[in-house]
Design a binder for this molecule. Structure first.
Ligand code: FNR
Length: 407
């Protein structure tokens, strides 16, 4: 018989991704929070990403005898314990001093990999040296503003290769930076605008403040080795200048020539674009709208997924990101054709609330939720997840001949 557990207070720690969000909100200063948690303009796309999951319900079958215990899969040639990767996020060191390094360590402890952003506050080499497995790397195909040449991009590709990264993700949905008005209002622009109120708002988060001043993880360390505010402003400025709207498919083809490992295109929501990328040699496609941070009014990623999966799913690995906050979201995305998903903000909530252990716990929460949902709908194997397991939420179940129960 189970014995009682005695504790002095009835406060329990975070048990959902949303719990971590609330905790992180309290520990991260408003300026940084505006960068992490908000989207572009009216945040329609940010909200649409979430809302799309709610339009589906599961078609649950009973007495199947199926239990989902093994959630392992492969992505980009790497075996993962669950179909969830950490999406590339820039400037994670602003939220927690361990930044992208802490995120990658959390990922591998939870049995998955992190995709390290070009705009990270730990360099590719620093993350690689602090981790055991080969993580993935994200690349902005930058060009020199004067010559249009790719020297820096080539150097980054070479550094990623030498540091041992497995797959490369080329992000293509940032022709120009998104219009993130909440950031502007809070002074989180380039350069950031500090006011006494904003300094005070950060200073009253003593743990964050202390680590921020001590470790100074604010500059983009793939562009500069220098730490501190000046380096941060200079490196972000360099990044903004190198984002060029004239980059095109030739640039993607060029990256394909340079990178010999698995290559993914990230930021696609159109099946024609997905097909073109695969024709040019992409091994995978990430259906993504940058977490609603770029085009407001963009299609929700879950709505874009089926057409892309139908078009290229047989030839490429299709991943999805945007709005994943529950294991049930992951299962729905896999039913609609994704091989795996990426999470962005959720792991920053974990980091901001409790450091790498928090980020690891976020992934573990999702793993447990995925396994429970699959078992409850009667599916043991990720490969059996298919569109027929979903219904339109709020609509009567269609009268039709039912296929046999799964399994
Ligand atoms: C991002 N994202 C992103 N993507 C990328 O390719 N390179 C980058 O440097 C960044 N930076 C970045 C910063 C922050 C604060 C956020 C929230 C997002 C987009 C990211 O990879 C991913 O597409 C979204 O975060 C997925 O949506 P969710 O999971 O955050 O809802």
């Amino acid at each position: 018989m189970a014995s009682f557990k005695y504790q002095l207070s009835n406060r329990i720690g975070p048990v959902t991704v949303e719990d971590y969000r609330r905790l992180a909100r309290r520990r991260i200063p408003d300026m940084v929070w505006s960068y992490v948690d908000h989207g572009a303009e009216d945040q329609k796309t940010l909200l649409a990403n979430r809302a799309a999951f709610d339009r589906y319900a599961f078609r649950r079958r009973v007495l199947t005898g199926n239990e989902a215990t093994d959630l392992s899969t492969t992505v980009g040639g790497q075996r993962l314990d669950l179909p969830v990767l950490l999406a590339p996020l820039g400037s994670v060191g602003l939220s927690h001093w361990t930044g992208e390094r802490g995120a990658a360590q959390a990922a591998e402890r939870a049995g998955t990999v992190s995709i390290v952003s070009t705009a990270s506050t730990y360099s590719f080499e620093e993350v690689a040296a602090a981790t055991e497995r080969d993580h993935f790397v994200q690349l902005y195909p930058w060009a020199d503003p004067r010559s249009g040449r790719h020297d820096l991009t080539l150097a980054l590709i070479e550094r990623a290769r030498r540091a041992g990264y497995g797959a490369m993700f080329v992000t293509v949905d940032v022709a120009v930076p998104g219009n993130r008005e909440v950031e502007k209002r809070l002074g989180m622009g380039h350069p950031p605008i500090m006011t006494p109120g904003r300094v005070l708002n950060a200073a009253v988060k003593p743990r964050w403040w202390w680590n921020f001043m001590r470790y100074r993880r604010m500059s983009l360390r793939n562009l500069t080795e220098a730490a501190g505010a000046r380096a941060a402003v200079d490196s972000v400025g360099a990044q903004l200048r190198m984002m060029r709207a004239e980059l095109n498919w030739d640039d993607f083809a060029w990256v394909r020539e340079q990178w010999k490992g698995p290559l993914f295109i990230k930021g696609v929501v159109d099946a024609d674009d997905a097909e073109r990328a695969v024709d040019l040699g992409a091994d995978g496609v990430v259906v993504s709208n940058h977490g609603g941070r770029q085009l407001d009014g963009d299609v929700a990623t879950l709505d874009a997924l089926p057409a892309i999966a139908a078009r290229v799913g047989g030839r490429a690995e299709v991943l999805l990101d945007g709005g994943i906050r529950r294991g049930s979201d992951v299962v729905k995305a896999l039913c609609l054709g994704a091989k795996a998903v990426c999470i962005g903000r959720p792991y920053v909530y974990g980091l901001g609330a409790a450091g790498p252990a928090g980020a690891e716990h976020v992934v573990r929460i999702l793993r447990e939720e995925i396994a429970r949902v699959m078992t409850l709908i009667g599916v043991a194997d990720l490969k059996e997840l298919e569109p027929g397991l979903l219904l339109r939420a709020g609509e009567p179940v269609p009268v039709r001949a039912l296929s046999p129960p799964p399994g």
